[in-house]
Design a protein around this ligand. Structure first.
Ligand SMILES: Cc1cc2nc3c(=O)[nH]c(=O)nc-3n(C[C@H](O)[C@H](O)[C@H](O)COP(=O)(O)O)c2cc1C
Length: 198
């Protein structure tokens, strides 16, 4: 039997952080709208420059009239597993922000939307669901099909659903679904600046 890749943090952290992962095996269970709203509520409290809150969430629930369109916007490789999730979303950010009465380009709209994205995903874990982010979708078609206004950027798509317990997967798929690891913290964390080059 293939052992799952261990996800052992090197420093003590809340298990929520390494429990979050991006599975591709889902049960087909629908996500109730109230459950999804709790995840978006968590995102709502994310920090953003000037408190501009540039994130916008577009969603379809499994079986509703938007579902087929949302699924169709994903690349085939993502459709294959996302069809078994219970909610599909696109996270959009507004490129401009209001500062006083002025509309100014935001230097951090994507960064701020990224904070909202993680809050959304962690809350999903707390509620017993998994949210899997995707860049694999037809961006041009999505802009039109989802009526995305000018000066907005689609940041990512998400599929949210109930993960199939690894023990219920055939061995080959279980191996493919094993959680991945991370580079050591010393690879990307430096006291006092980057090490001298050359
Ligand atoms: C912006 C973004 C785009 C991604 N696009 C895809 C995608 O199109 N298809 C996919 O299967 N996974 C996608 N992923 C998932 C990543 O592959 C995954 O987050 C990464 O391998 C780390 O694994 P983990 O989320 O299980 O910890 C994406 C993740 C992010 C953050």
């Amino acid at each position: 039997m293939t052992e799952p890749t261990p996800r052992s943090p090197d420093h003590a952290i809340d298990p929520l952080f390494h429990t979050r992962r991006s599975p591709r095996a889902f049960t087909g269970e629908a996500v109730p709208e109230a459950e999804l709203m709790r995840m978006i509520e968590a995102a709502r409290w994310s920090p953003s420059a000037y408190n501009a809150q540039p994130w916008r969430f577009l969603y379809a629930l499994r079986g509703d009239r938007h579902w087929d369109l949302f699924l169709d916007l994903l690349v085939p490789g993502n459709q294959r597993w996302a069809k078994d999730t219970g909610a599909l979303l696109f996270l959009v950010s507004s490129v401009n922000m209001k500062v006083g009465d002025e509309l100014k380009p935001s230097a951090s709209h994507s960064f701020d939307a990224g904070a909202a994205s993680l809050a959304f995903q962690l809350q999903a874990i707390r509620q017993g669901w998994h949210a899997h982010g995707m860049a694999g979708f037809d961006r041009d078609r999505a802009m039109t099909a989802l009526n995305v206004p000018e000066h907005h950027r689609i940041e990512a798509a998400y599929a949210v659903g109930r993960m199939t317990p690894p023990a219920e997967l055939p061995e080959e798929q279980r191996a493919r679904e094993a959680p991945n690891g991370r580079r050591p913290i010393t690879d990307f964390t430096f006291a006092g600046g980057f090490p001298a080059q050359g």
